[in-house]
Design a protein around this ligand. Structure first.
Ligand SMILES: [Zn+2]
Length: 725
C-alpha cells in the first residue's frame, strides 16, 4: 500500500513536472518585447540582398546568443532578379504613362525610404518589350478564358490585364501565356482590395489608390526555391542551371499595378461590357476589349545571384537527440514587412527567449529542437527550400514535425497541416487562452465555426471531439518539409479580425500600419508564441510522439468522397451541356445582336474505378482505430521503436517519383494546385487528372494512391504491434 502510494505520487510528480515547464513557458512571452522587436526589424526595407536583411539576421543571432542559445547563420546563393527598367504606357486612344510608384503617406515615418525600397514588380517575370491591344480577363483563371471563348474574344497577341484575387498571382501570367497573350498586368481592384472593403490607409487599413502588391510569380507549383538549383541546395559550389534553362520563370513579362494606374487603362477599353461577376468597384463601366486601348510595356531586370541569411538555432535533445522538432518563420520582407513576416517572426523570438529561460532553469528537452528564421521566403520560399534540399538526407532521417508561422494578427487561430497532428493541435488549443474573449482558443474556434458554418456542418462541430484542421497547399515555408521531404507539418497564425490584407506586399505594411490597425497591443503575438511554443515543448518532451491516425483516416475518407462526387458531377454536367448544345439552348439564350460562340460538345467522361481507393481507406480506418485504441493504454517502455514508425508515417505518404509532371512534389495527399497556386489540392494526382480530363492517368493514379494508403495502413499496424510489446 505504501509502495503503491509512492508509485502514484511519483507518477503525479512526473506529470506535474512536464506541465509545469509548459506553464512556466506560457508566462514568459511579453507583448512589449514583441513591439520592440517589430519596431527594430521593420525599421528599414529588408528584402533579399538588401543591407538590412543581413543586418536583421545578424541582430537575431546576437539576441539569440545573448539568451544563451546556439545560433548561427547559414548562407545560400540564389537567383533574385530586381527591376532595371519598368514602363507601362498607353499609346492609343489616349496617352497615359503608369506611375508604378507608391507615394509616401504623411504621418507614416517609413513610407518615404525610397532609396532602399524595392519598386513595385513581380519577381521572376522575364524581360520583355511588347506593344499590343489590351484585354480585360477578370481574375485571369481558366474559367475566365472559357467565358472569353463564349464572347468570341481571343487574347492571342494581346496584353491582358487581370485583377488580383481568386488564385495565387503566379497563375495569371501562366494561364495568360497558355492562351497566347504576350504580356500580363495584374492590378488591385478596390472591389476586393481597397475602398469598397474599408477606409483606405492612412484613415483605415485598406489599400490606397496608388498602393500596389509586389510578389513572386515564380512557377512554384512546379518547384519552389532557387530556379537554378532544383532539388539541391544552392550552396556556393552547387551546380547551377543556366538562366535560359530555369523552368520556373514566367513565359511572358508581367507587372503589378495600383488601381490608380489601372483605371485609365480599363476606362479606355471598348468591346462588350463584362459579365456582372467580372465587375470591380472602379467608377467606370468595365469592358473586355480588345482595345482600342493599346499598351506599350517594357520590363528589364538585373539577373543577379544574392546571398541568403538563414538563422538556425539548435537545442540538443537529452533522451532522443536523433528525433528533431523544427519550428520556422521567415524574416525577409518585400519592403518593411511589419505584418508579413515580422509579426510572426517576433512571436518566434519570444518563444526562443522563453525556451532559453527554461533551459537556464534546468529544462532538458527529450528531443532536439531546431528554430529557423528563414530568409528569401517572399521571392519563392528560397531559404527554407534550399536548406531543406541541402540537408535532405539527415532531415528525412530525423525530423518528426515541422511547425511554421508567417504573418499574425487579431482573431482566431488558423491551423492547417498534417491530419496525423489534428488531435494533438486540438489539445494544444484547449490550453491557450484567447486574449480578448478570455475563453480557450479551442472554444472560440468551435463557436466561430458554428456561427459561420452551413446548417449541415453544425452537428459535426458539436459532436466531433476534434475540430477539423485545414490541409496545406503552398504559400509559406512548410512547403519543402511537407511536400518534398514528407515531414508532418503544421502552419499556425491568428487572424480574421481588424486590418486585413490591404497593405500586403506594399510599402505601407510597416510599423505605423501594424500598430494602428492590426494586433495593436501585441496580445495575439503573445498568443502565437504561447501556442507554437507549447506545441514545440509538448512534441519535444512526449515519451510517445502524439500522432493519431483516426482523424487522418477520417479526413482522407472525406477527400475520396469529394473526388468521387466531383467525377459524378462533372460527368452529369458534360452530358447535360452536350444535350443543351444539340437542343440549341445556348444560341437561343444569347442576345442575337451580340457576338456569341456556343461551346462545342465534349466527350463524356468514362466511369472511373474507385475501388482501389475504397478498399484501401477501409483498411486504413481499421488500422487507425487499432493504433489509437492501443495508444490509450500504452506503456512508454517501447517508445523509441514506436516513434520511429510514427516519424516514418508521413514519409510513407510520399512517393519518390512525385506527382505527374512535377516530381519535386512527392506528397500523395496534399499539394498546391497546378492551377490554383496557394490553394490546396488533396489527393492531387487523382483530383487534377480528373479535373484536367486525363482519364487514363486518373485510373493509374487511383491505383497508385490506393497502394500508398495500403502501405500506410501496414505501417500503422506495425506501430500498434510495437506499442503492444
Ligand atoms: Zn510571409
Amino acid at each position: 500500500m505504501r509502495q503503491c502510494l509512492l508509485l502514484l505520487s511519483f507518477v503525479l510528480v512526473s506529470l506535474a513536472a512536464d506541465s509545469t515547464w509548459e506553464q512556466k513557458f506560457r508566462a514568459i512571452p511579453n507583448p512589449q518585447n514583441l513591439r520592440d522587436y517589430m519596431q527594430r526589424m521593420s525599421a528599414r526595407p529588408h528584402h533579399v540582398g538588401s543591407p538590412y536583411d543581413k543586418d536583421n539576421a545578424e541582430w537575431l543571432v546576437s539576441k539569440l546568443k545573448a539568451w544563451g542559445l546556439d545560433a548561427k547563420i547559414e548562407n545560400f546563393d540564389v537567383l533574385f532578379p530586381t527591376p532595371k527598367e519598368r514602363l507601362v504606357e498607353m499609346i492609343e486612344p489616349v496617352k497615359f504613362t503608369a506611375k508604378l510608384e507608391e507615394p509616401q503617406v504623411a504621418g507614416d515615418p517609413t513610407s518615404d525610404q525610397k532609396n532602399e525600397q524595392l519598386p513595385v514588380y513581380h519577381a521572376y517575370s522575364i524581360d520583355g518589350e511588347v506593344t499590343a491591344p489590351l484585354v480585360y480577363v477578370n481574375y485571369g483563371i481558366p474559367s475566365d478564358y472559357e467565358q472569353l471563348d463564349r464572347m468570341g474574344i481571343s487574347v492571342s497577341g494581346a496584353i491582358v490585364i487581370a485583377r488580383y484575387g481568386a488564385s495565387w498571382r503566379g497563375i495569371k501570367p501562366k494561364v495568360a501565356a497558355e492562351h497566347g497573350a504576350l504580356a500580363c498586368i495584374v492590378y488591385s481592384d478596390p472591389r476586393d482590395d481597397g475602398y469598397y472593403v474599408n477606409d483606405v490607409f492612412p484613415q483605415g487599413p485598406e489599400r490606397p489608390r496608388d498602393g500596389a502588391q509586389r510578389g513572386s510569380v515564380m512557377d512554384m507549383p512546379l518547384y519552389p526555391g532557387d530556379p537554378l538549383t532544383p532539388g539541391i541546395g544552392a550552396t556556393a559550389d552547387a551546380k547551377r542551371l543556366p538562366i535560359s534553362e530555369a523552368k520556373t520563370l514566367t513565359k511572358i513579362p508581367v507587372l503589378p499595378m495600383s488601381y490608380g494606374d489601372a483605371q485609365p487603362l480599363l476606362a479606355a477599353l471598348k468591346g462588350p461590357v463584362v459579365p456582372e461577376n467580372w465587375r470591380g468597384a472602379l467608377p467606370i463601366t468595365y469592358h473586355v476589349g480588345p482595345g482600342p486601348a493599346k499598351v506599350h510595356l517594357k520590363l528589364k531586370f538585373n539577373w543577379d545571384l544574392k546571398t541568403l541569411y538563414n538563422v538556425i538555432v539548435r537545442i540538443p535533445g537529452s533522451q532522443y537527440p536523433d528525433e528533431w522538432i523544427i519550428r520556422g518563420n521567415h524574416h525577409d520582407a518585400w519592403v518593411n514587412g511589419a505584418d508579413d513576416p515580422v509579426s510572426g517572426a517576433v512571436a518566434e523570438m519570444e518563444e526562443m527567449r522563453g525556451l532559453a529561460e527554461l533551459v537556464k532553469q534546468g529544462w532538458k528537452p527529450k528531443r532536439t529542437i531546431i528554430y529557423a528564421f528563414w530568409d528569401g521566403e517572399e521571392p519563392g520560399l528560397l531559404g527554407s527550400t534550399e536548406w531543406a534540399e541541402a540537408h535532405a538526407d539527415e532531415l528525412q532521417k530525423h525530423v518528426a514535425v515541422y511547425i511554421n508561422s508567417d504573418s499574425n494578427g487579431r482573431g482566431f487561430l488558423g491551423v492547417a497541416g498534417s491530419h496525423t497532428l489534428e488531435n494533438f493541435m486540438n489539445g494544444v488549443m484547449k490550453d491557450i487562452e484567447d486574449p480578448e474573449t478570455k475563453t480557450s482558443v479551442w472554444k472560440r474556434s468551435q463557436l466561430v465555426g458554428l456561427a459561420r458554418s452551413a446548417p449541415d456542418r453544425k452537428h459535426e462541430l458539436r459532436a466531433r471531439p476534434d475540430l477539423r484542421i485545414g490541409a496545406l497547399g503552398s504559400g509559406s515555408d512548410y512547403t519543402a518539409f511537407l511536400d518534398h521531404l514528407g515531414v508532418a507539418s503544421l502552419n499556425l497564425g491568428y487572424g480574421g479580425e481588424g486590418g486585413g490584407g490591404g497593405v500586403y506586399h506594399s510599402v505601407y505594411d510597416d510599423f505605423y500600419w501594424y500598430t494602428h490597425f492590426a494586433d495593436t497591443d501585441f496580445v495575439y503575438g503573445r498568443a502565437l508564441a504561447q501556442t507554437a511554443g507549447t506545441a514545440v515543448i509538448r512534441l519535444a518532451d512526449a515519451e510517445l510522439l502524439p500522432f493519431q491516425f483516426g482523424d487522418f483516416a477520417d479526413t482522407v475518407r472525406t477527400y475520396i468522397d469529394e473526388i468521387k462526387k466531383f467525377a459524378t458531377d462533372q460527368r452529369a454536367q458534360i452530358e447535360e451541356q452536350n444535350r443543351e448544345i444539340e437542343e440549341g439552348v445556348f444560341t437561343a439564350s444569347a442576345d442575337p445582336r451580340k457576338k456569341y460562340v456556343p461551346p462545342s460538345k465534349q466527350p463524356v467522361p468514362p466511369h472511373l474505378n474507385f475501388a482501389p481507393l475504397e478498399n484501401s481507406i477501409d483498411v486504413l480506418i481499421q488500422s487507425a482505430q487499432k493504433y489509437d485504441a492501443a495508444r490509450q493504454t500504452a506503456s512508454p517502455a517501447n517508445a523509441r521503436a514506436v516513434n520511429a514508425k510514427l516519424i516514418e508515417s508521413e514519409r510513407r505518404l510520399s512517393d519518390a517519383a512525385g506527382l505527374p509532371g512535377r516530381p519535386w512534389f512527392r506528397h500523395m495527399i496534399y499539394a498546391p494546385g497546378f492551377y490554383t497556386g496557394y490553394g490546396v489540392k488533396t489527393i492531387p494526382a487523382v483530383r487534377e487528372a480528373i479535373e484536367q480530363k486525363r482519364w487514363q492517368e486518373a485510373d493509374e493514379q487511383i491505383q497508385r494512391v490506393g497502394n500508398i494508403l495500403m502501405k500506410e495502413a501496414d505501417l500503422i499496424d506495425e506501430a500498434a504491434a510495437a506499442l503492444a510489446k
